[in-house]
Design a protein around this ligand. Structure first.
Ligand code: FAD
Ligand code: SF4
Ligand code: SF4
Length: 1001
């Protein structure tokens, strides 16, 4: 389908009728994935902005050739094209009624690296952290250190002309890209590079360069008069940088610089040629304290004269948020003096340590000269510096977790003003916010006059009106400062394209349109961004469009925590809507979130993908019945309920809880399979199975039974099942009657898995507690004598009513102990934390809260006692001198890893190391299920099993989760390294018990 040149694309796909034909053709001709179903299109309809536009479809190219063919087919059919990386843009650059080309899954290779020349060539889907991890051993890095370094792709960074905290030293993306291999919408492919490479370039390319140069030469005077002058000027196309004699004279005609910041509107980047920088060896950090915000904004113009690498602002709101956070409070106390209104984090970096220390002293003197003697906390320690930067990042995260319909919105969040105007600009804009009944928190890049601020607006109601009013005043303010830029970091997209003209004028705006037409005369590349855009406040393009309403559902769990005070929101929907698409869940190295995405690379298998699917389904955008549809089930299927997102998602999206809610409703319609019943009801039939363990274990004893089990039940034949034991802990004849009360009493709660599959762990815990002088009560049910259960297996199948019955029974049985204030100690993380987490959602109330407050993991209890100086445990050295620890995801989610490390370190001479790994992949029953076996093992192979394989034969492997231990057993058994088969991981209680029993000497 042909369109007239320059036609603005509407919010609705233009080729709806032809979608099927387009999809069929793409499917025929591509090796990669072609996603045209409603749920997939929905998942690609948002980025980290306020907008939502459904794409025509999505292509996930497997090869560069795939991408080329997709662009060619789209061009032939006149379908707009939208290249995409991590989709973390804040301005709507990455949403549009186009064929989305997602480079992040496969086009992520580092093609070449020249250490001597300090250059690299990469595909567009390479993530910044991935590149820097590769470069680190060579003493180099790519220095555009965006906050989203763990998810931002180099293609997306180039698209947005991204900038990092240290741009004052290293510049923006445009200063670090030396060339781009790009495809135009008409299929032409060129290397865009420095002008000295022009000779010998294809004629068509030379013609294109000549046309661009003719425009910028013609506009030289206007550019000189009107173009922003600040370093952080990322509005429009970089026409100022491709003029003869422009900034960076050596590459004055480098046309790649025009593609940088073009937001996918000029060409598709196939490969990037990057300049690299040496990693500085030494860094120092000065924390400058200011009694007033205004003073903190006057100081940067002076501080930058000391040539720092970063000057970052943290205002009072953020300081208070960090102080109120238990994890960060101790760090804040280390670098904060008194009660400042704002601080500036000033970093110096370079090769010479003394030089950086001297810079720090100069900073101290400067602050004294500015009237703030003693106003600097000097930090030379690299560890503390890292923690300070983490606090700075976390403040933003906490701010983003604001509940309710009012949210901090990005639309004037990155104006860049010359430093001499910074104080006045922030004062005036704060007044503008107040005038419009809102407020904003200020933070970020004071060094370059780019401060982030997001007024709190309700985009479901009158937020659009306030947004326009504030934007108009902010734009006028920016214009009043000569050389200032309306966007200094995040670009134009849908939110700021209309604001280019007021800043640079009509003439230059027409020139940008001419540039667009030189590259893309049919207007196919990401239309509506940078030129010929829509109105910022066009609500038909919003995520929350007029009429947006989520259908309230009768939830099985309590979601009232997500209701904002005084707002009658529907908790579950509000919880789902917390996802603002920032993409933090696309991490692939540190932390846990999100294990399924880490192995599949699919947007669908991401916390964000799930939250978006839920939001679209609940608000009727995926059709009737979508909430309990197969598509919804597909999106939830690989969520292993690790709770990684509950802890690590900046806005606290708790997908594990959402999955329970979803499954509850799904089961109501679709019923429950025999396999799921077998797993869910395990705690109920366990006492019977354990009476005849030989019979119960037959499946793994008789050849062919496992295969039959897979066919009939769907339990993978490649897995052994946990072995039933005849000596269940709760039936242990040695457990005597409970003794009289003493001051050192605890309750031991043995869960179903410990009781019936690994009773030795409970015996070990009992021995340790008793050796430490505690009188141990065993948690028992008041009714039928069946052991207590947390209901986890029921929850995993969405059987909330059955789980609630177990919770009620457990709470009742433990109530007498809880009322006496006794700690309730558990061994299995997923079971114990159910008492602290899901119980509150199933049975909110004082009794549940009281139990939750007393429920502790074995290691948490011992660590707390140790810290309080109350632990009297005599341990001896073990033959093994090293323990390699794998944390259960729920231990990590609830911050219990320091406790288990601390407790292991009580053993003399034992060196403790924790494996940096996400979920082991077993995740309860997940890894036993035939259809999940491969994904499950891939999760384990991502980092856990390789790390364990490297361990010496006499290293202790410690894992507190029963399913983690099983996965380690299976994974190492199937391994090929000599000596690895047969290695088992053990519970920390077992390790401590061995240390109790170890001989002296
Ligand atoms: C919490 C948060 C913090 C942020 N912090 C920063 C920050 O510190 N500094 C900063 O600069 N930005 C920041 N951003 C914005 C964003 O993360 C960056 O701009 C990032 O570089 C975008 O990378 P991406 O892979 O997500 O790109 P995407 O959002 O996927 O794409 C960005 C643009 O590039 C285009 N594009 C992508 N791939 C190609 C290609 N192959 N060819 C042509 N065009 C392409 C897209 O069409 C789009 O216009 C932040 C965003 C969030 C949510
Ligand atoms: S789920 Fe959380 S981390 Fe992921 S995009 Fe949404 S808000 Fe960000
Ligand atoms: S619970 Fe775990 S697997 Fe599920 S979405 Fe969250 S991080 Fe991903």
């Amino acid at each position: 389908m042909d369109r007239a040149p320059n036609q603005v694309v509407s919010a609705r796909p233009l080729v709806r009728a032809g979608d099927a034909a387009l999809a069929a053709r793409l499917q025929r001709e591509l090796r990669g994935e072609v996603l045209f179903d409603a749920a997939s299109r929905g998942r690609y309809s948002t980025d980290a902005s306020i907008y939502q536009i459904e794409p025509v479809g999505v292509v996930v190219p497997q090869t560069e050739e795939d991408a080329r063919i997709a662009i060619q087919i789209a061009a032939e059919l006149g379908v707009p094209i939208l290249p995409r990386g991590g989709g973390t843009s804040q301005c709507g650059q990455t949403v549009g009624a186009a064929l989305v080309i997602d480079n992040s899954k496969h086009l992520n290779q580092i093609i070449s690296f020249d250490q001597a020349a300090r250059t690299a060539v990469v595909q567009p889907g390479v993530v910044l952290d991935q590149l820097n991890a590769y470069l680190r051993p060579h003493g180099l890095w790519f220095p555009v250190d965006v906050s989203t370094s763990a998810q931002a792709t180099l293609g997306g960074m180039a698209g947005n002309n991204s900038c990092g905290s240290r741009s004052i030293r290293y510049g923006n993306m445009v200063h670090n890209v030396r060339g781009i291999d790009a495809l135009l919408a008409d299929g032409a492919e060129f290397h865009f590079g420095a002008s000295d490479q022009l000779a010998g370039a294809p004629r068509a390319y030379q013609a294109l360069v000549a046309r661009v140069h003719a425009i910028v030469r013609r506009e030289a005077a206007e550019i000189e008069a009107r173009w922003p002058r600040v370093l952080r000027r990322v509005q429009g196309y970089n026409i100022d940088m491709v003029q003869p004699g422009a900034e960076g004279a050596a590459q004055a005609h480098n046309l790649a610089h025009l593609l940088v910041g073009s937001e996918g509107t000029l060409a598709y980047t196939r490969r990037l040629h990057l300049d690299l920088a040496p990693l500085p060896r030494h860094k120092t950090l000065g924390v400058c304290h200011f009694p007033g915000f205004h003073q903190s904004m006057q100081a940067p113009q002076h501080i930058v004269k000391l040539a720092p690498t970063a000057v970052e602002l943290v205002d009072r709101t953020m300081i208070e948020l960090a102080r109120g956070n238990a994890a960060f409070k101790p760090i804040v106390e280390r670098f904060l003096k008194g009660d400042p209104d704002a601080i500036l984090l000033v970093e110096f970096a370079g090769e010479d340590r003394d030089e950086q220390l001297a810079k720090l002293r100069q900073l101290v003197e400067l602050m004294a000269d500015l009237g703030f003697p003693g106003g600097v906390v000097e930090i030379a320690d690299a560890g503390l510096q890292k923690q300070v930067w983490e606090v700075r990042k976390a403040g933003l995260n906490i701010m983003m977790s604001m509940k309710g319909d009012g949210k901090p919105v990005s639309f004037i969040e990155d104006c860049a003003v010359p430093l001499e105007h910074l104080a006045e600009y922030t004062d005036k804009l704060t007044q503008v916010f107040a005038k419009h009944g809102t407020r904003g928190t200020w933070y970020a890049h004071a060094s370059v006059g780019t401060l982030h601020v997001r007024p709190v607006l309700n985009m479901k109601q009158d937020g659009a009106k306030q947004m326009r009013a504030i934007a108009e005043e902010a734009c006028a303010l920016v214009r009043s400062y000569k050389g200032a830029a309306y966007s200094g970091e995040h670009g134009d997209g849908l939110v700021r394209t209309e604001w280019i003209e007021p800043v640079i004028g009509a003439r230059l705006t027409r020139a940008l349109e001419e540039i667009k037409d030189v590259f893309d005369p049919r207007g196919l590349m990401n239309p509506g961004k940078i030129v010929r855009g829509t109105k910022q406040d066009d609500r038909s393009l919003f995520r929350f469009k007029p009429g947006y309403a989520a259908q309230p559902i009768d939830t099985a769990l309590d979601w009232s925590d997500w209701n904002a005070p005084g707002e009658a929101t529907h908790g579950f929907v509000a919880a789902v809507e917390m996802c603002n698409n920032n993409g933090h869940c696309r991490k692939f190295d540190a932390g846990t979130m999100c294990p399924s995405y880490r192995v599949t690379g699919n947007e669908r298998d991401l916390t964000r993908g799930r939250a978006n699917t839920l939001r679209l389904a609940l608000s009727g955008q995926l059709g009737a019945g979508a909430f309990s549809s197969a598509a919804m089930h597909d999106a939830m299927d690989l969520c292993v309920s690790c709770k990684g997102c509950k802890r690590e998602c900046p806005t606290g999206v708790d997908m594990a809880k959402m999955k329970i809610e979803f499954l509850y409703h799904y089961r109501k319609i679709h019923g429950i399979s025999l396999r799921d019943r077998l797993i869910a009801w395990l705690p109920r039939y366990a006492p019977w199975a354990a009476r005849a363990p030989a019979l119960a274990n037959l499946r793994d004893a008789i050849p062919g039974m496992a295969e039959l089990g897979e066919r009939l039940l769907g339990l993978s034949a490649r897995r052994s099942l946990p072995k039933w034991r005849g000596d269940a802990f709760h039936r242990d004849p040695t457990l005597g009657p409970e003794a009289a009360p003493t001051a050192r009493e605890v309750v031991l709660l043995a869960d179903t898995f410990t009781n019936y599959f690994e009773p030795d762990n409970a015996r070990a815990a009992l021995a340790v507690l008793q050796a430490a002088g505690y009188r141990v009560h065993l948690a028992r049910a008041a009714d039928d004598g069946r052991p207590l259960c947390c209901g986890r297996t029921f929850l995993a199948s969405g059987l909330v009513d059955e789980a609630r019955a177990e919770a009620r029974r457990t709470i009742a049985a433990l109530q007498p102990h809880v009322e006496r204030g006794l700690p309730v100690i558990g061994l299995e993380p997923s079971c114990l934390y159910t008492l602290r987490d899901e119980f509150k959602s199933m049975l909110p109330g004082a009794g549940t809260d009281a139990l939750a407050a007393r429920a502790l993991l074995f290691e948490e209890f011992l660590a707390a006692e140790h810290q309080a100086g109350k632990l009297n445990l005599k341990l001896r050295a073990l033959p093994q001198k090293k323990a390699l620890l794998h944390g259960h995801c729920h231990q990590k989610a609830f911050g219990a890893m320091p406790a288990v490390e601390q407790v292991l370190r009580l053993i003399p001479e034992l060196k403790v190391e924790t494996v940096e790994a996400s979920c082991c992949g077993m995740a309860g029953a997940f890894g036993y299920e035939a259809e999940h076996y491969d994904v499950s093992l891939k999760m384990a192979e991502a980092s856990l099993l390789p790390a364990l394989r490297k361990a010496d034969a006499d290293t202790l492997l410690v894992a507190d989760g029963t399913s983690c231990r099983h996965q380690i057993h299976d994974g190492l058994e199937k391994g090929t390294c000599a000596g690895e088969a047969g290695r088992e991981a053990v519970h920390v209680a077992q390790v401590l018990a061995r240390a109790l029993a170890a001989p002296v000497g």
